[in-house]
Design a protein around this ligand. Sequence first.
Ligand SMILES: Nc1nc2c(ncn2[C@@H]2O[C@H](COP(=O)(O)OP(=O)(O)OP(=O)(O)O)[C@@H](O)[C@H]2O)c(=O)[nH]1
Ligand SMILES: [Mg+2]
Length: 200
Amino acid sequence: MATRRNKNIQAKLVLLGDMGTGKTSLVLRFVKGQFFDFQEPTIGAAFFTQLLSLNEATIKFDIWDTAGQERYHSLAPMYYRGAAAAVVVYDITSKDSFERAKKWVQQLQRQGNPNLVTVLVANKADLDSERMVDNEEGDQYAKENGLLFFETSAKTAQNINELFHVIAKRLASAAPAHLGGMKLGNRTGEGVRRLFCCSA
Ligand SMILES: Nc1nc2c(ncn2[C@@H]2O[C@H](COP(=O)(O)OP(=O)(O)OP(=O)(O)O)[C@@H](O)[C@H]2O)c(=O)[nH]1
Ligand SMILES: [Mg+2]
């Protein structure tokens, strides 16, 4: 009897968003189960990997956690180029960070990968008493722009596993068309060049 082998999918994921919105904290919560009240600002970008197993596939996330500070913005295309998924983060206590997130979404839409799984993340949901952006506002913007939407808290771990699980599901369901080791994505720039690297 033939045994069904699991799909192995390698996917580049990029996090974008204003400084201090919690990008690094979200990744550290997902990858290491840790949270720090005083998280250092990221310089340039940081790289993490994490495996996530589904029934139908194992996803290896190559995660680029970019720096939110303005002076690093020109580097961003290098990190989202060839990405399979993008997580755009804002902080529910900062209207400015929501506006900045919209700009990132527009930039991603302009770069023209229609298959990019894009998620809008409203982080710091634990700070509800300081909330400046309603859940509905984020949800509506996401719907209008074809994005997935999650409210999260890296601090309490609210919705963090769910976020990456849903991304993994989307990537797994998109992958069969690319089985056979077909390489997608652009052959430019830095290290990770494969959208999916599958062995059936
Ligand atoms: N209350 C609360 N604080 C958070 C949460 N996520 C992050 N923080 C705090 O917000 C601050 C900034 O978090 P970072 O993860 O460094 O933010 P970042 O988006 O990576 O920032 P840059 O690297 O500068 O772009 C830190 O002091 C974190 O402890 C959250 O969900 N809730
Ligand atoms: Mg950071």
